[in-house]
Design a protein around this ligand. Structure first.
Ligand code: ADP
Length: 163
């Protein structure tokens, strides 16, 4: 059983994240999408909300499941008996941080590999931060997130677009 962990804030999950999950599911028997508590980042959605949105999104992806974690990622990876971590790479701008993170995780446990997946080109400009900004300003995010995430965003910004 080959298991990969896909960690992130998922605040909220976007079609870019989903694209990475679908690609990873082709390579591994099990993909655990692990929502990080990340309170320090002051997320828009609570951990429970982010987890629920991810759960709903992965329902139709064979081999994918959702979970949450707090604390050291590498310990969570070992606990879940996973062999690897997957992260998404959109552009060179992601590279430096991701490279640092991957090497640090290797220092902490050299048995765990980090792999990177590139999303479909149309998703390379997508980030949770941009999606939240568009939603906050009342813009249409339907091309960027699954329908249930769009509904959740509309609930967070009920007055968006109406001035
Ligand atoms: P974090 O706060 O840990 O960076 P994110 O939820 O923002 O969490 O991202 C989780 C992972 O998904 C990261 O590796 C990030 O680079 C990747 N990612 C985010 N958006 C996209 C996208 N549009 N396409 C591909 N990968 C993405």
């Amino acid at each position: 059983m080959r298991t990969v962990i896909y960690p992130g804030s998922f605040d909220p999950l976007t079609n870019g994240h989903l694209d990475v999950i679908q690609r990873a599911a082709k390579l591994f028997d099990r993909v655990v999408v692990a929502v990080a508590k990340n309170e320090g980042k002051h997320p828009l959605f609570t951990l429970k909300e982010r987890l629920t949105l991810v759960k709903q999104a992965v329902r139709h992806v064979p081999g994918a499941e959702a979970d949450s974690f707090d604390g050291l990622l590498i310990e969570y990876v070992v606990d879940r008996k996973a062999q690897a971590i997957v992260r998404g790479l959109r552009a060179i701008s992601d590279f430096e941080f991701e490279f640092q993170l991957a090497l640090m995780n290797r220092k902490l446990n050299e048995n765990i590999e980090t792999i990177f997946m590139m999303p479909k080109d149309t998703y390379t400009f997508l980030s949770s931060r941009i999606v939240k900004e568009i939603a906050r300003l009342g813009g249409d995010v339907s091309a960027f997130v699954p329908a249930h995430v769009q509904v959740a965003l509309a609930k967070k910004f009920p007055g968006a677009g109406k001035s």
